[in-house]
Design a protein around this ligand. Structure first.
Ligand SMILES: [Zn+2]
Ligand SMILES: [Zn+2]
Ligand SMILES: [Zn+2]
Length: 916
């Protein structure tokens, strides 16, 4: 890209996402050495201007440079001018030698030669996709060859018109056939400009441009330029001019998202490059130097100027005749319009691998992952990585389980199945859905589907791997419960007050539970089972937002959370209670990454990053990429097991209770619904498979038309099918235990429970979270003659378990006639021992919608009762439960505040004793 200015470069970068991406990878380039700084200094006006009076070489040079830079036509002697030149060249030599050595040592030169070997290979071969049977035996997926869509396909040298080659050479690098990769004359000119502080660059041969395009490294530093020189010399030694031209013309960026002349030819002219005429060749060659400026579609007025210049160059250098020149000079250019085209085959937007087979959703994901891996391996940009993949004859070994993939595709392809599962009415706009199924022990992606319906094209937008959607509560095990359990802030039984965390000026509480039930004192297990929002927020507050964020991003490798991210001048942040506790993050998370987080629970506390590609072999069978499993220790194995017990409870008793798979196999999981009801999630697992499903409209809108959680229904259907076909063996000769379903069929009961041997099982009191006592089993329900068992089974580790016995359930004497605490006047025959709940007053007891959840006894003690449905609330001030019986005492009601702090058995029995 000859003489573009810094400003132009920036504007190119903007519509050049692949390059920008790649440039991030170039961090480990050689550091600036001392030697080049000493050369730069003379060109700095400020420094030289402030130099002392002592005359030295540096100052001399600096003064001279200052004059030049200012552009003042001051006369200086011929001697000074010569001295300046000598000094400059001397400095340049020092610069070149100094940095060349550093560059050589850093391996800069060697690092990017392999990719050219692959790009320049005579035999362009499609890469093949293999699966590993787990025993190291590979088999090819023969229906999944990688075909690049027509408009992106690599074009061979033989198919490139001579006019196009001449247009490039005559303008970009007219000594191309004569130099050995570097045009020294132009290089020295450019270096002098550089030394004078003019960063215009330039002087690059096509060979050097090729290196720059392939690596995506655009730094305007002497280090890169020198590295590039070495690489160019090296490249010319190893490859013919034709090979270099072919690689060059296939990798240049030509605006409109086109890489390579074939892509540009389809985009601008709707035909393959070999059919281009002279005018069209000149138009394409014009774009190269500054794609955003010379784009013939966006700026025809600029392109005509540039291409006329190219035609002049071609005429001057004898590449075209005068007649040819005249026919093209100032001629009107017809740009292809895909919408007017009647021939769909020529539409680059629509052309795909359909003629040669459509890749599955899984292979689509493999393609993206393999490109990333090749980019890292060969230090190339996305475009070159992609070209290498399609033409390099690689063998990609994937983690796919073809049977799993087949089952998932069957479920998602037949839209009738899904419509029935989700209860879609005919004629309605059908939402999208996606699923990822992982191996529970290593995070290998066994199967995935990125959208609904028949897949008609390769590389469609993939809702399983590329879409980022808010997760709602499906995030809570990763962002709240997991890290809080591991840090010891909570255990299975820890009690929180289920009431809003905060209130606005109008007294509206946040967050709201869904449904809007507030339970008062509630143990953690109930919080996760019923997806209680207030509890998740309060636990997160105790855990610390920063801790949660770091756990997600560093331990579980969630890549799409924002920390002070600036987009169009606004700052976005996911370091907040709503983002992390309720899954209301700015951008969202992919199904793949969310499901990946759950491997922590299925793999004994160790996170496994989901992967589709295990390794990449080159065409000779050598391993070029070994995509080793990335793991992170997140939880102890005991805590992972406790989390699984909690999420089993979600499926057995909570928001996931409609899951039927649990009847056949041990199942755990978590539901998710976003605040606006735009997205539904379910991530769940058995001992065999871990699956994540997202359901929602392509463009987010409310799923109000659907009842229940369609993601969960799809998960249940697909996962049940997987287990039926791949795990359950219905003939009964498998050694598994059987249970009988409701229809009386024998069903294999493969796994009734999963629990780590280091986990302790204890009964606890659900109101205070301490160890259960006999009293906890018969807590009086106000207004009935029933009692309620407030104990539950909990799972703990020895260092994080309740050690005290319940203090909240106390036995008091009741007057059954007055249905209140007995007063001194109540006759004996009405007296009855009852267990009621006494809790410490806490500041965060609240009033919600005018209803008090707790009845206060005094500032010190409060009493509340359980309603029939097991929730707490509804204190009736007209009929205060915690006052003494008034039926027999005749006296007026005892005011709450003046009531003795006497609900405890000791006080009560003492008074009784006094009376007797
Ligand atoms: Zn109790
Ligand atoms: Zn208790
Ligand atoms: Zn009474």
């Amino acid at each position: 890209m000859g003489m573009e200015t810094e400003k132009e470069k920036k504007s190119i970068k903007k519509d050049h996402p692949a390059e920008e991406k790649a440039s991030v990878k170039m961090k480990n380039k050689p550091k600036r050495s001392r030697s080049d700084r000493s050369v730069e200094e003379p060109s700095s006006n400020e420094k030289s201007g402030k130099a002392g009076k002592k005359v030295n070489l540096v100052q001399e040079t600096g003064e001279a440079a200052k004059f030049l830079a200012r552009g003042i036509g001051r006369v200086f002697t011929a001697l000074g001018s010569i001295l300046l030149t000598v000094l400059l060249i001397g400095g340049l030599c020092a610069l070149i030698v100094g940095t060349a050595f550093a560059v050589y040592l850093s391996g800069y030169v060697d690092s990017s030669i392999d990719e050219f070997e692959i790009l320049a290979s005579e035999q362009k071969r499609t890469s093949q996709i293999f699966v590993d049977d787990g025993m190291g035996n590979l088999s090819e997926l023969e229906d999944q060859k990688l075909y690049m869509s027509e408009n992106r396909v690599y074009v061979d040298y033989e198919d490139i018109p001579q006019n196009l080659i001449d247009a490039y050479i005559s303008t970009e690098d007219k000594r191309f056939y004569d130099h050995n990769g570097v045009d020294w004359l132009r290089t020295i000119k450019a270096t002098v400009y550089y030394a004078l502080g003019n960063s215009a660059g330039g002087g690059s041969t096509l060979t050097q441009q090729l290196i720059k395009n392939a690596t995506g490294n655009n730094d305007n530093t002497p280090q890169r330029k020198i590295g590039e020189i070495f690489q160019a010399l090296n490249l010319e030694k190893n490859y013919s001019k034709e090979q270099i031209l072919e690689m060059y013309l296939n990798t240049i960026y030509l605006s409109q998202g086109c890489y390579g002349v074939q892509s540009a030819s389809y985009t601008y002219f709707g035909k393959p490059v070999k059919e281009l005429n002279l005018l069209e060749c000149a138009a394409i060659a014009s774009i190269t130097q500054n794609p955003s400026k010379w784009d013939p579609k966006l700026h025809p007025e600029n392109n005509i100027i540039r291409r006329n210049g190219i035609l002049e160059n071609m005429l001057e250098q004898g590449k075209i005749t005068k007649a040819e020149f005249d026919s093209a000079y100032n001629a009107e250019l017809t740009i292809y319009d895909p919408e007017e085209s009647e021939d769909p085959d020529n539409d680059p937007g629509e052309s795909s691998g359909s003629a040669t087979g459509v890749n599955s959703w899984y292979v689509d994901a493999v393609i993206e992952d393999a490109i990333e891996l090749l980019m890292e391996r060969y230090e190339v940009n996305y475009n070159v990585g992609e070209q290498m993949l399609y033409t390099g004859g690689f063998r990609i070994v994937t983690a796919m389980d073809p049977k799993v993939q087949q089952v998932l595709e069957e479920v998602f392809t037949d839209t009738d199945i899904i419509d029935e599962i989700i209860g879609a009415s005919p004629g309605m706009v059908k939402p999208q859905s996606a699923i990822v199924v992982l191996d529970t022990k290593n995070g290998n992606i066994l199967g995935l589907v990125g959208g609904r319906g028949e897949k008609y094209k390769s590389r469609l937008f993939n809702f399983a791997t590329q879409a980022h959607r808010q997760t709602g509560s499906a995030m809570k095990p990763l962002s709240v419960y997991g890290p809080a359990l591991e840090s010891g802030i909570i255990n299975y039984a820890t009690v929180f007050d289920d009431s809003p965390y905060s209130y606005d000026d109008e007294g509206n509480g946040w967050p709201k539970n869904s449904p809007a039930v507030y339970r008062g004192l509630t143990p953690v297990i109930t919080g996760i089972t019923n997806s209680v929002n207030t509890m998740a927020v309060k636990i997160l507050d105790r855990l610390g937002i920063e801790n949660s964020f770091n756990f997600l991003t560093e331990k579980m490798h969630i890549t799409t959370l924002y920390r002070n991210k600036v987009i169009n001048g606004s700052v976005y942040n996911d370091l907040s209670l709503p983002a992390l506790a309720l899954g209301g993050m700015t951008e969202g998370v992919s199904v793949r990454e969310l499901a990946g987080g759950f491997t922590t629970f299925t793999n004994e506390g160790v996170y496994c990053q989901p992967r589709t590609v295990l390794k990449i072999l080159d065409s000779k069978g050598n391993t070029v990429v070994d995509n080793a499993l990335l793991t992170e220790e997140c939880l102890s194995r005991e805590n992972a097991s406790i989390m699984t017990k909690m999420m089993n409870n979600v499926v057995v008793n909570g928001t996931g209770s409609s899951i039927k798979l649990k009847n056949y196999v041990f199942t755990a999981g978590k539901t998710g619904t976003t605040t606006k009801n735009n997205d539904k999630w379910f991530v769940g697992y058995t001992p065999y498979y871990l699956g994540g499903v997202w359901f929602g409209y392509e463009r987010a809108q409310s799923l109000g038309g659907f009842s229940g959680n369609p993601a969960m229904k799809i998960w249940d259907y697909a996962m049940t099918k997987l287990h039926e076909e791949l795990v359950f063996t219905p003939d009964g000769e498998d050694g598994f235990d059987y249970q009988t379903d409701r229809q009386g069929n024998a069903i294999p009961k493969i796994y009734s429970d999963v629990i780590d041997p280091g986990v302790l099982t204890l009964q606890f009191c659900q109101t205070c979270g301490k160890l259960a006592t006999e009293k906890c089993k018969k807590v009086y329900r106000y207004g009935t003659s029933n009692t309620q068992n407030m104990t539950a089974t909990g799972y703990f580790t020895a260092d994080n378990m309740p050690t005290e016995s319940c203090t909240c359930h106390v036995e008091v004497t009741f007057c059954t006639a007055g249905n209140h605490l007995a007063s001194e006047a109540c006759p004996e025959e009405y007296l009855k021992k009852r267990v009621i709940t006494v809790v410490d007053s806490a500041k965060d007891r609240y009033t919600y919608n005018g209803k008090s959840v707790y009845a206060y006894r005094s500032d010190e003690k409060a009493v509340f009762y359980a309603k029939g449905d097991g929730t707490y609330g509804g204190f009736d001030p007209q009929n205060p439960f915690d006052s003494f019986c008034t039926k027999h005492s005749q006296s007026s009601e005892l005011p709450l505040a003046s009531a003795p702090v006497a609900a405890t058995p000791t006080e009560k029995s003492k008074r009784r004793k006094d009376r007797k």
